[in-house]
Ligand binder design. Structure first.
Ligand SMILES: [Zn+2]
Length: 93
């Protein structure tokens, strides 16, 4: 199962980019960031730019939805099963 990045790790990115924005004259409040995170919640990249309307968290990796319970399956880290048509999580197989 995939894990969202912690609020603290997102705040770290926000602080970093807020400093960049202040130095370059495009800081405004509220200040939003876009982050990329893997399924274990590790942020691998972040960015901010003038015009972001909200925080955006992008999950990276290969994902599928379980055909039975609709949970998000991380195909790299989770146990999963598929038949000819569908992918199932470990609980539903
Ligand atoms: Zn399932």
């Amino acid at each position: 199962m995939s894990v969202s990045p912690s609020p603290q790790s997102i705040e770290k990115c926000r602080k970093f980019w807020a400093n960049v924005a202040k130095k370059n004259g495009w800081y405004k409040e509220p200040f939003y960031v876009q982050v990329w995170a893997d399924s274990r919640g590790e942020i691998t990249d972040s960015v901010s730019f003038d015009g972001l309307q909200e925080d955006i968290v992008e999950l990276i990796g290969d994902f599928a939805h379980c055909a039975s319970c609709d949970i998000v399956i991380d195909l790299d880290f989770d146990k999963w099963y598929c038949d000819d048509y569908n992918t199932y999580c470990d609980n539903c197989q």
